[in-house]
Design a protein around this ligand. Structure first.
Ligand code: ZN
Length: 99
């Protein structure tokens, strides 16, 4: 079971971010928004990251993965898997709540 807690954003020191244990780079959506919208050249990865914006708003882990990709240009299989799992979970939640 992952432990989830709230921590203040490192950058603005104003907004709280929901994080799970082991996450180091804690930045809120507002502060990351600009970085998140950088253009992705690889069409496969573009599709991969093409998920509803609210998922990025809600989840700092998803933002983290996208920022990492934008920074380094690649992701490990483990990161890709974790990203997919989180997105799937959100999609199911969304369906269940009929949002
Ligand atoms: Zn912030």
């Amino acid at each position: 079971m992952s432990i989830i807690f709230q921590q203040k954003c490192f950058r603005c020191k104003k907004n709280y971010v929901t994080v799970s244990r082991g996450q180091r780079y804690i930045i809120c959506y507002d502060c990351q928004k600009q970085d998140l919208h950088k253009n992705i050249k690889d069409p496969k990865m573009k599709k991969f990251f093409n998920i509803p914006e609210e998922f990025y708003q809600k989840n700092s882990f998803l933002r983290d993965i996208k920022i990492k990709y934008l920074q380094f240009g690649e992701l490990s299989e483990k990161q890709i898997d974790a990203f997919k799992k989180t997105v799937k979970k959100y999609k199911e939640e969304k369906k269940a709540n009929k949002l």
